[in-house]
Write a protein that binds this ligand. Structure first.
Ligand code: P6P
Length: 336
């Protein structure tokens, strides 16, 4: 049940019973993410004012230079989640390996693992463009009472119990699903409370926006090249509009509201594309499907891909169902 202007806290309580595993721990987990989101939001919003911009001097496993805010967001989310005796393991884009959270002193009783991209689109920080946090939650599959293993993290996206993102944009929003639809909450920074502003978010069945980095066009598979030409042809409801922010959360959020498709395909430069399956594509695909949209690697649903390694990449087509289906048609007819 939801009503406009309900607070996130009220929403969680009122929908507690609907959570598949209504032990209350998932609610506590969402509350922990809400707290971390407010802390990171505070830092992101003042990034231009204090010496927090610029690289932290390190690089992550992806070989990307870590912005100081990347490091801060990573630390805030891990610290907040670790301190609530709910989570038994965390994997992050910014961490080479997963982190064992259950301490032996509580005999590894916690049952959820969380995977996060703590600050997606961070290359936009210094130019004041929206960035986001993406999270994905599973129940562990190895026995409670034992340390978590990699197997707990390498679950197909279909097994997620919750997923969502925080977008630090013109306003800060928390958008998430527990498998019962997608709801968006907007932060009132004056009082630090998230209010239900976008109940039951739905991808329009089709749209007129395509989001892809056309600078990589010559490296794209033929099917993607042909789909982009299709979007640009003066026919039927086309040409579409090209909108690409360089921030997955921002492009996804706009397309979910207005209708559109986001594509990050494989290329001659990146054989599996750039986006990471576990903490970018799976959570966004769960949200997309829950909102009536679609997400695939160009051929098969993202949520059905069996992960092989923690930081694996996957080609990503996501958005309005009919637009993704059309792009998949081009991929099938031009598979190279
Ligand atoms: P490119 C940000 O690094 C990110 O993971 C997504 O948020 C964004 O959509 C994409 O990469 C941008 O990548 O290669 O187009 O700059």
């Amino acid at each position: 049940m939801s009503r406009k202007n309900q607070t996130l806290g009220e929403f969680i309580i009122e929908n507690q019973a609907a959570f598949k595993y209504s032990s209350g721990e998932l609610s506590k987990l969402i509350n922990a993410i809400r707290l971390a989101a407010k802390v990171v939001n505070h830092e992101v919003n003042k990034a231009g004012l204090v010496d927090i911009l610029g690289a932290a001097g390190d690089t992550n496993i992806q070989g990307e230079s870590q912005q100081k805010l990347d490091v801060l967001a990573n630390e805030k989310f891990i610290h907040t989640l670790a301190n609530r005796e709910i989570v038994c393991g965390i994997a992050s884009e910014e961490e080479d390996d997963f982190i064992q959270i259950n301490s032996a002193d509580n005999n590894h009783q916690n049952k959820y693992v969380v995977l996060i991209d703590p600050l997606d689109g961070s290359s936009n920080i210094d130019v004041n463009v929206s960035v986001g946090t993406i999270f994905s939650i599973y129940r562990r599959v190895t026995p409670i009472g034992t340390p978590v293993t990699l197997e707990d993290f390498l679950q197909p996206g279909r097994k997620q119990v919750a997923a969502g993102y925080i977008i630090y944009g013109t306003s800060t929003m928390l958008v998430y699903t527990t498998g019962h639809g997608v709801n968006g909450f907007t932060l009132n920074p004056a009082i630090g409370t998230f209010y239900l502003s976008h109940p039951d978010m739905q991808f329009p069945e089709t749209g007129k926006i395509y989001s892809v980095n056309e600078g990589n066009y010559i490296h794209f598979p033929e099917g993607v090249k042909q789909y982009i030409k299709y979007c640009q042809r003066e026919e039927e409801d086309r040409p579409y509009t090209s909108r690409y922010i360089g921030s997955l959360v921002s492009d996804f959020h706009r397309n979910m509201i207005k209708g559109g498709i986001y594509i990050y395909p494989k290329s001659s430069a990146n054989q599996n594309g750039k986006l990471r399956l576990l903490y970018e594509c799976n959570p966004m695909a769960f949200l997309a499907e829950q909102a009536g949209g679609k997400a695939s690697n160009g051929f098969t649903p993202i949520l059905d891909v069996q992960p092989e390694e923690l930081h694996q990449r996957v080609p990503f087509f996501c958005g309005s169902r009919k637009m993704v289906e059309k792009a998949e048609e081009f991929m099938r007819n031009h598979s190279d």
